[in-house]
Design a protein around this ligand. Structure first.
Ligand code: ATP
Length: 464
């Protein structure tokens, strides 16, 4: 795929995701809704496998992390305390000709100007004004925009409000991680976890993004996988470096090449943060952009929630009696962005036996289907019965195993290649004679013959 134009690759990925049941446009039968997507059967499996890998790396293989799962809705004061009501905003400008809205910081960044959502409106408008002749409306091509103003991204609901005016909205979470801060005391009081330790959670977040774009990269409903690691004040540096390394290594374990990943340090820190880095992936059509943030947040979150809730969230060391508000090291990753990175990395086109094919070279622990089993011919009951028997045996062992008797074998291979199935097993007339089957490898296309009674052992080793 060396010569493939990057923009074209994104289009091909979107089309593959639709065609093969990974991702559909949200509310598609009503014409679709911007920034919302539904995951289809294979997409749901891939999503599940990504999450399982994340839980495994961050919690199951460590002694110092526990999981929680908090309610989506929270007391509205949570978003006041967190700063989201005051400052969770992006700078928006509107085209005066066609009313298309743009996100000014991102448009400035695209033309190489330094700008981000943390700048004040005044600072940002200065840079915007100096570059107005270089920013074109993506819809009508004009260069006539309103001033940039901060637009709050929180999505409101009327949960628990039985008036018609909704003056006290309950917000949908702008980020999932607040549930962890709210349960810090509960976890300390009900488990044996002691600082330093971490709490991990996967949860939904909602953002009224001004211009959702680039498929799963910027959506209005998203899922975040977060960890918050609580440390003694000023004992943050060593743990922060460990966490940065662990998170980077996890992306490599998903089959992502090191050359397509990089760290980027934030230049503009929010006032309470001591350090902040992003892990970026080299997305088709976008180039390097954020997949995960790793933030050294000092004591901000627990201090804010102590003040606003009136509940003391300080921690008392059981050995020394020392009392303090722990500092927090956060990792926050968008699962949709990881999904897009994994598919982008795995997507390939090559030629096999003189025929062009599309193949997803997914690592086997992420592949939605582990093995597919085919009878050579659909209309030979003895082949179908034997293939069903092999299928049953493998399904019992590996779960995500598929049976397919539709179309010629070449077509069945290509279908499995496109969804990333590591291997296919074909039952043919020799199987009926000698109880052996053909195994065809996704990546090399090579075929080998093995006795049926060795298949489980073979796939245990191949699939890890
Ligand atoms: P960006 O600058 O791209 O808007 P952010 O800095 O606001 O992202 P965070 O608030 O740090 O993002 O959220 C943590 C993670 O959640 C991000 O690294 C990203 O993977 C994911 N994320 C944030 N916003 C979106 C979105 N609109 N759609 C999909 N994923 C998102």
């Amino acid at each position: 795929m060396e010569n493939d134009n990057r923009d074209n690759k994104m289009e091909k990925i979107v089309s593959l995701c639709k065609r093969r049941g990974f991702v559909y446009q949200g509310s598609e039968i009503y014409g679709g809704m911007a920034g919302l997507y539904d995951f289809g059967p294979y997409g749901t499996e891939l999503l599940f496998n990504i999450k399982a890998s994340w839980w495994n790396a961050n919690v199951n293989t460590r002694e110092d992390y526990v999981k929680i799962d908090s309610a989506i809705f929270k007391d509205p004061r949570v978003w006041e305390a967190s700063g989201h009501i005051g400052s969770f905003s992006d700078p928006l400008a509107e085209c005066k000709k066609c009313n298309t809205r743009i996100r000014v910081d991102k448009e400035l960044a695209k033309i190489g100007e330094k700008a981000d959502e943390k700048m004040s409106e005044e600072e940002l408008n200065k840079v915007f004004d100096a570059n107005r002749d270089r920013i074109v409306c993506p819809k009508c091509g004009k260069k006539d925009f309103s001033v940039a103003r901060a637009f709050n991204l929180l999505v409101k609901s009327n949960l628990g409000d039985f008036t018609n005016d909704n003056n006290n909205p309950t917000y949908l979470p702008g980020e999932a991680s607040q549930g962890i801060y709210l349960n810090f005391k509960n976890v300390i009081d009900t488990t044996r976890m002691r600082v330093p330790f971490g709490i991990a959670q996967i949860g939904k977040a909602f953002r009224n993004e001004i211009s959702p774009r680039s498929f799963l990269f910027r959506t209005r409903e998203l899922e975040q996988a977060d960890t918050q690691y609580f440390v003694r004040p000023n004992e943050n540096k060593e743990a922060y470096e460990r966490i940065k390394k662990d998170r980077f290594d996890w992306y490599l374990s998903l089959g992502i090449k090191e050359e397509n990943l990089r760290f980027k340090q934030h230049e503009n820190l929010v006032f309470y943060a001591s350090d902040a880095w992003d892990i970026e992936y080299n997305y088709p059509s976008l180039g390097f952009d954020e997949v995960e943030g790793i933030h050294d947040r000092t004591d901000y979150d627990l201090t804010q929630h102590s003040k606003h809730s009136g509940t003391d969230l300080s921690y008392t060391d059981p050995y020394t009696g020392e009392k303090y508000i722990p500092w927090i090291l956060e990792t926050s990753m968008g699962i949709g962005r990881v999904f897009l990175a994994v598919i982008s990395e795995a997507y390939d086109e090559d030629e096999l036996g003189g025929e062009k094919r599309t193949v997803l070279r997914l690592p086997s622990h992420l592949a939605p289907v582990k093995v597919a089993v085919f009878p050579l011919l659909k209309n030979k009951p003895e082949l179908v019965a034997k293939a069903r028997e092999v299928y049953g045996m493998l399904k019992k062992e590996f779960g995500a195993v598929e049976f397919d008797d539709n179309g010629n074998i070449g077509k069945r291979y290509r279908r499995q290649d496109e969804i990333g199935t590591p291997a296919c097993v074909t039952v043919d007339f020799d199987t009926l004679e000698g109880d052996t089957v053909t195994i065809r490898n996704r990546d090399s296309g090579e075929q080998e013959r093995l006795p049926v009674n060795e298949l489980v052992k073979y796939f245990r080793s191949l699939l890890g």
